[in-house]
Design a protein around this ligand. Sequence first.
Ligand code: PLP
Length: 364
Amino acid sequence: MSIAELAPAYIRAISPYQPGKPITQLAREMGIPVDKIVKLASNENPLGMSPRARAATQAAMDGIERYPDQFDLTAALSERFGVGMEQIVLGNGSNDVLDLVARVFLAPGRSSVFSRHAFAVYPLATMSAGGECIVVPAKHYGHDLDAMRSAIRPDTRLIWIANPNNPTGNYLPGAQVKAFLQAVPKDVIVVLDEAYNEYLPPADRVDTLAWVNEFSNLVVTRTFSKIHGLAGLRVGYGVTTAEIADLMHRVRQPFNVNNLALAGAIAALDDHAFIAASFDNNRRGMEQIVAGLKRLGLEHIPSHGNFVTFKAGEAAKVNQALLKQGVIVRPIAGYALPEHLRVTIGLESENARFLEALEKALAG
Ligand SMILES: *Cc1c(COP(=O)(O)O)cnc(C)c1O
């Protein structure tokens, strides 16, 4: 008997999450100084964190000996979005919230449905809970909602939709998502993962949080990791019905969001100047990178997030050549896109370094 055999087969079948390569790791591997490395691999905010959030987290060091109280952030979100406090579930990153939904609704003998090139956490959360993954072929790299609906089986309890999607950047217009929600059986929970919502131009944004009062089977998740620049603090939230939130609270760790994260998130929520600057940097950087990719003759998938995925042919080789030049992007073979690479929109100078390094990498 091996110790591994003591774990259920569904745990042994999990392939671990592959994060973007940390700057410090590349520095160790290649002997490149940390300050010469550009990391555009994890959709982090190139402007750093909101200055107001920085001040708030520093102030929150006073009182760090106390266990956290989630009241203030929950109240701030409730007020901002016009939903009841009992409809909000905070998480240690929105990843935590996704995991809570899976643990509440999945178990061995149950399944979840998601699109082929969807976020890597969906299979992880599904399998950790013992559920089976139903992977639906993509349409133009994005969600094929009709096919996803047809893929629902009697044992299906969850559907995962990232909108915009990571790593492809596809965006489903609100009307399509709403029609999907109307068509899905009420005994299947739909998770609408909106980690990149704040990068959508206002004209494309839909008040999906209000939909939780219309659909008894909807969970919408958002995060402070992306436009708010707090990826390292780990804080996100889910908005849903009071009934679903109550179930999620039963399985979450009592103190799943730490004091610094709670304080930082409250301040970040109101830092409109930082959010606007991040939005503008992203819009300009997206134009810069897309223009550069076109100049190099590379196809890209039009993106609605803070990243863009492009076809690099022998992507593993191109990636290696980029790493040698101190540029970290994200290989996405694990998302069934072995010929593509995903690059996060950085500062203008970082985008320029990436494009320069990419040109050299392609020249071999
Ligand atoms: C980055 C991302 C998240 C957010 O992860 P956190 O745990 O909140 O840092 C969630 N969903 C998708 C699709 C993402 O790309």
